[in-house]
Design a protein around this ligand. Structure first.
Ligand code: MEV
Length: 387
């Protein structure tokens, strides 16, 4: 069997993070910061997992999986989440204490679940070496865990022949992507508890999407938006921040519900303006986008997911007449700054050096790269990444 190499993008949520967990609309787009996965049949009888970004290297014998897990688990064409009973068993296989739940351990359990459900779907247990390398910062609000789950689901479904091996542009059919996305969502659930599904959806489908209660609508008319991503370097847990926001909502539902409704109105306005800008972007439209960024940043503060370092980014951007908001779960992680086309190059260079003195890493990028992709043939860059 040929090696399987896939990649999936990270994401930036333009508007609607947290509100989306309550069924409100969010607007998100993929980023050209990707996670790459290499799956190789193994010559020995082991299943090995190598995640260098989070210093995880684990392996299990195929006999151990066969003897401990009752296979097959389910029909791979009917995605289903892990049961409590199976989770307990997989924690045991992974050697994780039952009450431990840090990201590294959850990443191992996510792999074991998707491996057993997809690679071992007919009861046979293939020996494989699987390595995942991400060029996205991890735990920074840019969807690295979702792109991990998407890469796992796509490669393991392809290994089992449940989805095809794409040729040419490396894109799977719409139906196949729906299947990848559903399995990736159940991976995300292991990692994040109760995610909305927006992160895995952007990572699977790419481009820009509108997301509401699991419904994904691709935004076909979007201008080429230029942004500066700034990473506070403060790691945080999406699960903890979603729970913090929930606690505030439950304490003051009559006050927080209108905030969530206002965030939804911002997402709608953003969608409208982006569609108008696709034809002929004007300065007025960019100014509306900047207003939306400022208002939403305040709302996210009201939801208690801001952080002093994120505020520092917002203040620094304001000095240059630029507008910033946190993106993703908040509490640290990343903010984005909208770069209008008329912003002088010097302004961007100056603000980047100011962030560098603050030890904040920056990426200047545009949004809307392709979703999950299979890489065929011999690619020097990928070879270097996995060497
Ligand atoms: C995380 O990228 C976005 C949140 O809205 C959580 C979610 O939607 O699952 C904070």
């Amino acid at each position: 069997m040929e090696d399987i190499t896939v990649s999936a993008p990270g994401k930036v949520i333009l508007h609607g993070e947290h509100a989306v967990v309550y069924g409100k609309v969010a607007i998100a787009a993929s980023l050209n910061l990707r996670t790459y996965l290499l799956l190789r049949r193994s010559a020995d009888n082991n299943i090995s997992l190598d995640l260098p970004n989070i210093t995880i290297k684990r392996s299990w014998t195929t006999d151990r999986i066969k003897s401990q897990v009752s296979l097959p688990l389910c029909d791979p064409n009917k995605p289903v989440g892990v049961s409590e009973e199976l989770l307990t068993l997989l924690k045991d296989v992974a050697g994780v204490h039952q009450n431990e739940s840090d990201t590294k351990q959850l990443a191992v359990i996510t792999f074991l679940y998707l491996y057993c459900a997809l690679a071992a779907h007919n009861g046979t247990v293939p020996a494989i070496d699987l390595k995942v390398v991400s060029i996205q910062p991890v735990s920074a609000g840019l969807g690295s865990s979702a792109s991990y789950s998407v890469c796992l689901a796509a490669s393991l479904l392809q290994l089992s022949g449940i989805i095809s091996t794409p040729s040419g542009d490396g894109q799977w059919s719409e139906e196949e992507r729906v299947l990848i996305n559903s399995w990736a969502f159940f991976g995300e659930k292991i990692l994040h508890g109760n995610p909305s599904g927006i992160d895995n959806s952007v990572s699977t489908f790419g481009g820009a999407i509108k997301f509401k209660s699991g419904k994904i609508t691709p935004l076909r008319r979007v201008p080429k938006l230029h942004i500066l991503l700034v990473n506070t370097g403060i790691p945080r847990s999406t699960k903890v921040l979603v729970a913090r926001c929930r606690a505030r909502y439950e304490k003051h539902p009559d006050i927080i519900e209108p905030v969530l409704n206002s965030i939804e109105a911002i997402s709608h306005r953003c969608e409208e303006v982006l569609a108008k800008m696709a034809d002929s972007p004007s300065n007025d439209q960019y100014e509306i986008l900047e207003d939306l960024i400022d208002i939403n940043q305040c709302h996210l503060g009201a939801l208690q997911v801001n952080h002093p370092a994120l505020e520092e980014i917002v203040r620094t951007a304001a000095k240059y007449n630029l507008h910033a908001k946190l993106t993703g779960a908040g509490g640290g992680g990343c903010a984005f700054i909208l770069i209008k086309p008329d912003i002088p190059l010097k302004t961007v260079t100056d603000i980047k050096s100011e962030f560098a003195t603050m030890k904040f890493q920056c990426w200047e990028t545009s949004v809307g790269s392709p979703g999950v992709t299979a890489h065929c043939g011999n690619d020097d860059e990928l070879n270097r990444l996995f060497s």
